[in-house]
Design a protein around this ligand. Structure first.
Ligand code: NAD
Length: 259
């Protein structure tokens, strides 16, 4: 059954890895992906196999490069069978004013945070349609809904991902395939370390103080969101209860976008 087989891009860390653990605990089979070596990634996959008794594999691939993304998808289908759940999660950040934004960073962020999802959806959604069931979950961000200064490429890519997901949701709604975005706020993963370090440097505070200081600049909820909470929302979106939820962009943001 394609329902049992999940591909998560960028699943060696943070939200992707936490989601892999949540879904493995549900008995789903997983293709993990990241930039880490085959040995490192396979060790993670073997750990999930041992702990949860599911099939878990790993493929090192830079999904910003379409040919490597295709290899990842082919390996996923060979090792697991038809993929029913696609989580487009791999993403990077770079902060800089628009005037100074390096073109190479713009290109890299658009390629990974937006175009990789397009290529993966274009390749996998027709097979989901054939099977009559599929789930695509795109990890956008609050920055798919609102903007912040110094995040031109990230906001452009995440707003683009929200739009892409709506189009795909409309095209596939009658075929049993849903497409939704999750829009997290400050979530406790390594992607934020650079921003916390910058805040600590600029305000002369410790890393811990920088964490709470930076969170408060945007969100009423004063804590970092756990990556597992994002994984549990994905668990819900792939359940039968979510059959009619498609084309949405769900904030998990501690009230950030309520303001
Ligand atoms: P993370 O840095 O912990 O994880 C990123 C993952 O992506 C890692 O597994 C890394 O190996 C992988 N990756 C990076 N470049 C890759 C590439 N070219 N090809 C394949 N894999 C690649 O970060 P995270 O916070 O878990 O981020 C996951 C997603 O969540 C991203 O799309 C990010 O934009 C989004 N997000 C994060 C937050 C947050 O506060 N942490 C908030 C909103 C949205």
């Amino acid at each position: 059954m394609n329902k049992d087989n999940v591909l998560i891009t960028g699943s060696t860390s943070g939200i992707g890895l936490a989601t892999a653990r949540v879904l493995a605990a549900q008995g789903l089979n997983l293709m993990l992906n990241g930039l880490e070596s085959g040995a490192e990634g396979s060790a993670l996959a073997e750990g999930l196999q041992r702990e949860f008794g599911v099939k878990a594999c790993y493929c090192q691939a830079d999904v910003a490069r379409p040919e490597q993304l295709q290899q990842l998808i082919e390996k996923a289908e060979t090792d697991l069978g038809p993929i029913g759940v696609l989580v487009n999660n791999a993403g990077i950040q770079h902060t800089s004013s628009l005037a100074d934004f390096p073109q190479v960073k713009w290109d890299a962020i658009i390629a990974l945070n937006l175009s990789a999802a397009f290529h993966a959806m274009q390749r996998l959604m027709p097979t989901m349609k054939q099977a009559g069931w599929g789930r695509v979950i795109n990890i956008a961000s609050v920055h798919g809904l609102v903007a912040s200064p110094n995040k031109a490429a990230y906001c452009a890519a995440k707003h683009g991902l929200v739009g892409l997901s709506k189009v795909a949701a409309l095209e596939y709604a009658e075929h049993g395939v849903t497409v939704n975005c999750l829009c997290p706020g400050w979530t406790d993963t390594p992607i934020l370390n650079h921003q916390f370090n910058e805040y600590a440097k600029n305000h002369g505070v410790s890393f811990q103080e920088a964490k709470s200081g930076l969170i408060k600049t945007k969100a009423p909820y004063p804590e970092l969101i756990s990556p597992e909470a994002i994984g549990r929302m994905i668990q819900f979106l792939i359940s039968d209860s979510a059959d009619a939820i498609t084309g949405t962009s769900i904030p998990i943001d501690g009230g950030w976008t309520a303001q």
